[in-house]
Structures are given as structure tokens and as C-alpha cells.
Design a protein around this ligand. Structure first.
Ligand code: UDX
Length: 413
């Protein structure tokens, strides 16, 4: 008998910042009566700490070799993309054979060809954008009339630009792939964005689902009529409030595990005092920068919870080995390698969040009512900082010195 529920197939990149919003979208679709198959790598699935036990959510896994300890290198993205596409075809056919045909494919930017593949099976598809609508608009404008201007001014520190429907943007507010030092990333990333925007434009009825909400980006959601952006956010795990232990919450997105001692530590601190410091799952800092952050935190006199991610196996130079004042830090604050971020942000003892302004961290902080101290690194983070500081006025931005370092004094300020 045919499956009475619409059946969504979701595929995303197996990194924390992609998995979290995609899983949250899956839960919401299930909440309105759909079935969802979530396609990911065997390695990512095995690392999901709290396996989501939501009825109607199925996983389908494929190998990218990582489960056998093969570490993905910077040039292995095409391999992942090929394997993901092959898996999608097989899954779509298998689901039809089982009487659970796929009703819609939802894919992220790193899966090129997903829309064409869906079309070849006569299945509608939708593109899930895990950054703000503002950033998608900026990419659109870059490829539609403004690219030459932006490129010609990319090294001018006083450059600013007015794009229809968006706030005035200075050089530091633009995605780093246009103006930053991300030369290696630049071509690949821009080519991927261009391809996806072309696909969206070709679609008769384009569907770009954006992890935002109407009141947050009312103009950006409508700035480029052709894109027909649909807000589906905030895709932030719910059920965390007042610091209650949420270990049973079926959020299931964490790709790491470890001690939860930080929850006890948070409980021991007065309300609205703790500085939470985390720079997401990708950014890494120089030793000089780490020492400045450490001294700034110590001199602030505030309790702090500082997430210093361990590098993955095989990489040298662990960041926690870099700090000269480890003992002093541990008297005043707590150093951790991973936490359940929404639980931390929802805790009553939280005072503010020193963040790289990845989009997930930004909206999780907004959803928790925690003000931000922005320390953007790359990609969309400069644009997110602009929105946080000047549009929503929910945070401040740290300024770098002439060596591109945020000093301890600046952090203390
Ligand atoms: C990447 C890009 O760097 C970012 O610019 C883009 O907006 C999204 O994709 P990432 O750097 O990982 O994301 O940051 P972010 O978007 O903030 O996502 C990190 C996710 O991991 C958040 O959902 C956060 O809650 C979660 N996390 C992080 C934890 O649950 N625990 C941690 O200890 C650290």
C-alpha cells in the first residue's frame, strides 16, 4: 500500500553547523505529519551522540571512508559529493520499491546536482540555506550586476556598498570569499554558489528554504524577488530552558560527547555572570591570539566557560597546549572541548557569548536572549556580525589591531 505520508529525503554535509539545522527541519516536518529519511555518512551517524528517536525519522548512511579512519582532506569534497549523489539515486529508487516514494528532496549547497537528480526522477526539490537570507542576497547580487564593483574594490578598506533591500555594507561586512584572504576557498565556494543560484533561477517554482524568520530579516527575504526565499527558521533545538537538564531532549545533533561537568559548574555561578566563549566547529586561532583571549578573560574578572576544541586525530599542535596560564584560567573559569551549546546558552547564569558568529550560534544566542560579543572569522560571519551589531543591536564587535589580533584590552573592554 502506498505511504499515506509525504516522505522527505534530506541530505546535508556531515559537519555540525549543517547537521544541526537539517535535523531540526526534519523534526519539524515530522511534527506536521511527514516521514523523513536523513541521508548522511556512516561516520557522522556513528558520532551523533543522542540518537534522535523521533517517530518517522529514518537514517540512511553511506560510506565516505571516514568510518575506517580515513580522514577527509581539504580536497576530498568532490569525493564526498560523488558518493552522496550515488547514494541519493539508490535511495530514491529503493524508497519507491518499498512503497515509500520520496515526495521531495531537500539538499544543501555542498551537494551539487541534487536538483537535477531530483528532476530526473520527477521529484520536487528544495534547497536548504543554513546562513541568513541577507547573505544569499549578497551572493545573488555578486553574480548579478555587482561582482565587478565588489572585485575592483575588494582591497579598499574604506569601501562600502548599497545593495537593494539590504543595510549599507562595508568591506568587513561582506562574505570573506569576496574580500578576505580565503584564496584557496574562494574559487570553489564561489563556483558552488553561482551554480546553485543558477539552478534556483531556472526552476519554475524555486524553493530556497532559509534558516531565518520573517521578523528577523523582513526585507532580505523579499529583496530578490526571483529567489522566492521561504523562511523555515529559526531551526534551533527547543526544549532547553532555565538550565534544566535536557539530556533526554531528542535533539540528537551533537557530533561529540564528553563530560557534562560544565552544567554543574554553571549552576554554581550567579545569574547572568558567565562569559561563554566558543568559535564554532571550524575556526582555529594562532597562539598569539589564544594568549590574548586568555589574558582578556582573566583580566575581565568574570567567570568564563571557554570551549577550546581539540584538533582531530593526527593533527599536531593542540590548541589547549598553547596556553601559558592554564592553571590560572582554571581557577577563574572552565575550559572544555565540547558542550551542548543550546543548554549552555539557555542557562540562567549566562551573561554573554563571545562568538565567531557562525549562523547557528548567532540564532541560538538570539533565541536564548544572550547578547553577543562578535569575533567573526570568515565566510558569512562578517555579515552576521553586521546584522547583530547594527540591525538587531544584540551585540558588539571586537576590533582587531594592525596585526589582525584582538588584544586582551579589547576583549576586556
Ligand atoms: C559553519 C560556518 O563556519 C558558519 O560561518 C556558517 O554560518 C555555518 O556553517 P560553524 O563554524 O560550525 O558553521 O558554526 P555555527 O554555525 O555556529 O554552528 C556550530 C553548531 O555546533 C551550533 O549549532 C552549535 O550549537 C553547535 N556546537 C558547537 C555545539 O553544540 N557544541 C559545541 O561545543 C560547539
Amino acid at each position: 500500500m502506498a505511504n499515506p505520508h509525504p516522505h522527505f529525503l534530506i541530505i546535508t554535509f556531515p559537519a555540525q553547523g549543517h547537521i544541526n539545522p537539517a535535523l531540526e527541519l526534519a523534526k519539524r516536518l515530522i511534527g506536521v505529519g511527514a516521514d523523513v529519511t536523513f541521508a548522511t555518512t556512516i561516520h557522522a551517524k556513528s558520532r551523533l551522540v543522542k540518537n534522535p528517536t523521533v517517530d518517522g525519522l529514518r537514517f540512511s548512511t553511506f560510506s565516505d571512508g571516514q568510518e575506517e579512519g580515513v580522514k577527509r582532506g581539504p580536497n576530498d569534497l568532490p569525493v564526498f559529493q560523488r558518493l552522496a549523489s550515488e547514494n541519493l539515486s539508490e535511495l530514491i529508487m529503493a524508497s519507491a520499491n518499498e512503497g515509500r516514494p520520496i515526495s521531495c528532496l531537500i539538499y544543501s549547497i555542498v551537494i551539487p546536482g541534487a536538483a537535477e537528480l531530483a528532476r530526473s526522477f520527477n521529484i520536487p526539490s528544495a534547497f536548504l540555506w543554513i546562513q541568513p537570507a541577507t547573505v544569499l542576497d549578497i551572493y545573488y547580487y555578486y553574480f548579478n550586476g555587482f561582482g565587478d564593483l565588489i572585485r575592483s574594490k575588494s582591497s579598499d578598506p574604506s569601501f562600502s556598498i548599497e545593495l537593494p533591500g539590504l543595510p549599507s555594507l562595508s568591506r568587513q561586512d561582506l562574505p570573506s570569499f569576496f574580500v578576505g584572504s580565503d584564496q584557496n576557498q574562494e574559487n570553489h565556494a564561489l563556483a558552488a554558489f553561482q551554480k546553485h543560484l543558477e539552478i534556483l533561477e531556472q526552476e519554475e517554482n524555486p524553493k530556497a528554504l532559509v534558516n531565518t524568520f520573517d521578523a528577523l530579516e523582513p526585507e532580505a527575504l523579499r529583496a530578490v524577488e526571483k529567489l522566492k526565499l521561504t523562511a523555515v527558521g529559526p531551526l534551533v533545538p527547543s526544549g532547553f530552558s532555565d538550565g534544566k537538564d535536557a539530556s533526554d531532549t531528542p535533539s540528537g545533533g551533537d557530533l561529540s560527547d564528553g563530560s557534562r561537568d560544565y552544567m554543574e559548574w554553571l549552576k554554581s555561578k550567579p545569574e547572568s555572570t558567565v562569559v561563554y566563549v566558543s568559535f564554532g566547529s571550524i575556526s582555529m586561532f594562532s597562539m598569539q591570539q589564544m594568549e590574548e583571549i586568555a589574558r582578556g578573560l582573566l583580566e575581565s574578572g568574570r567567570p568564563f566557560l571557554w570551549l577550546i576544541r581539540a584538533k582531530e586525530n593526527g593533527e599536531e599542535n593542540k590548541e589547549e597546549d598553547k596556553l601559558s596560564c592554564q592553571e590560572e584560567l582554571e581557577k577563574q573559569g572552565m575550559l572544555i572541548q565540547w558542550c551542548s551549546q543550546m543548554e549552555v546558552l539557555s542557562h540562567p547564569s549566562l551573561g554573554c557569548f563571545v562568538t565567531h558568529c557562525g549562523w547557528n550560534s548567532s540564532i541560538e544566542s538570539l533565541a536564548s536572549g544572550v547578547p553577543m560579543i562578535a569575533f567573526p572569522q570568515w565566510a558569512d560571519q562578517g555579515t552576521n556580525t553586521k546584522l547583530i551589531k547594527d540591525v538587531w543591536k544584540t551585540g558588539v564587535r571586537l576590533m582587531v589591531n594592525e596585526e589582525e589580533i584582538v588584544t586582551s584590552d579589547e576583549l576586556k573592554r
